[in-house]
Design a protein around this ligand. Structure first.
Ligand code: FAD
Length: 384
């Protein structure tokens, strides 16, 4: 059994780490303007990333990308998450954000949606959550009713990241409410300029995110904008969920690593009662625990990624990784904040920002309690 990263991924990790240290960390306190990155900073970072080959990393090679697997993406996400220069919920600076479902579109859909996204001409938001359907999409109320050659969509979406900047939505709606998430949900491509689509408000959060509420009022969508078949919506959303959970776990790993580094260096320099904080056992234990928990979590995360790349189902590992990865990020950020005292709370330091972002990852894309619930179900059924 080999716990070492392959040489090429060690090299990639090192390249991304250097990019983060040299390009992201120096601009991280000024890179954001509300929920978005300042365009001039984004353009400069993207130019630099392209120059050094950090571009379209996870896009399959047949679409002009580098076809990196999940283990490769794990090390990239982990390193990128050491800085708060980027928006907490994408897009990053290594190419346009392309959700994997877009690669499954039919030829005509790809022409209209996938290729423009890959060229950076169009941007998509993912619209599933609703006021009464967050963790539990099966209770969704937005409906899509077939009427000849089109569907009529009515409903309300909440928490949709960057919907106000999106050209189209990958929207989940109920085509058969009686079936709930077991075959009752379908996914559609909905242009945001379609009559009846209205961004009602943006919700400020404690992070820089400002997700949108969207009213859908008799929105007429052609049948050719259905992705796959009716009833496949949940399965399609689930198809990238392992990667989504892995991503969240990597975010936690990155935050934890940066916070451990910050806390270590501050503990060595800050003197109280005549001695550096680093001499106090209370502080040493926080550092030792953080290092140990980071180490254990990284092993689980890399194993999840490697198994998924090898085609082995790793659902249980994905629940565990989401739980321990996101909780690690918040716990270590919290310790780092405590070690910094008042400076930990200062808005001019990155710590409180990371603390808030890390806290949010324990809720979005499936709260940790829901991960525990589904894992426990599998344990009780004897499936693990
Ligand atoms: C900043 C931000 C960005 C987002 N972006 C998007 C987006 O782009 N697209 C999108 O579709 N959605 C998005 N979401 C929605 C996000 O995925 C949901 O907030 C999340 O799934 C939780 O749903 P909820 O908020 O309705 O919480 P609920 O489902 O109401 O749950 C509330 C709490 O109850 C607990 N809980 C729930 N169920 C159980 C259970 N079975 N057992 C024990 N405890 C339970 C958990 O602690 C949970 O945190 C975003 C949310 C935020 C905050």
């Amino acid at each position: 059994m080999d716990f070492e990263l392959p040489e090429e991924l060690k090299l990639l990790k090192n390249t991304v780490r250097t990019f983060v240290d040299r390009e992201l960390i120096p601009v991280e306190m000024t890179s954001m303007d509300g929920p978005s990155m300042r365009p001039e900073i984004r353009a400069a970072l993207e130019r630099k990333a392209k120059e050094i080959g950090l571009w379209l990393l996870d896009v399959p090679t047949e679409y002009g990308g580098q076809g990196l697997g999940l283990l490769g993406m794990a090390v990239v996400w982990e390193e990128l998450s050491r800085s708060i220069a980027l928006p907490p919920r994408g897009p990053g600076v290594f190419g346009p954000e392309v959700r994997p479902i877009l690669f499954t579109l039919n030829a005509a859909q790809k022409e209209k949606y996938l290729y423009p996204v890959l060229r950076g001409e169009k941007f998509a938001a993912f619209a599933q959550s609703e006021p009464d359907a967050g963790s539990d999409p099966g209770s969704m109320r937005t409906t899509a009713v077939r009427n000849g050659d089109h569907y009529i969509i009515n409903g309300y979406k909440r928490w949709i990241t960057k919907a106000d900047a999106a050209d189209f939505l990958q929207l989940v709606a109920a085509t058969d409410r009686s079936k709930g998430s077991r075959g009752g949900l379908s996914m559609f491509l909905v242009d945001t300029d379609t009559p009846g689509v209205k961004i009602v408000r943006r919700t400020p959060t404690m992070m820089s995110d400002m997700p949108c509420e969207i009213a859908l009022d008799d929105v007429k969508v052609p049948v050719e904008n259905l992705i796959g078949k009716e009833g496949e919506g949940m399965r399609q959303a689930q198809s990238w969920i392992t990667a989504g959970r892995l991503y969240q776990a990597c975010r936690g790993l990155g935050v934890a690593k940066r916070c451990l580094d910050l806390a270590t260096s501050y503990a060595k320099q800050r003197v109280t009662f005549g001695a550096p904080l680093a001499d106090r056992q209370a502080v040493q234990f926080m550092l030792a625990n953080s290092y140990t928990e980071h180490y254990m979590t990284q092993l689980l995360v890399y194993q999840l990624a490697a198994r998924t790349d090898a085609g082995v189902a790793a659902r249980h590992e994905s629940y565990m990784a989401k739980i321990v990865g996101t909780e690690l990020g918040f716990r270590v950020a919290d310790r780092c904040l405590q070690i910094h005292g008042g400076m930990g709370l200062a808005a001019e330091m990155p710590i409180a920002h990371m603390w808030k972002d890390a806290r949010s990852f324990m809720i979005t894309e499936g709260p940790v309690e829901v991960m525990r619930m589904v894992l426990a179900r599998e344990i009780l059924r004897g499936h693990v």
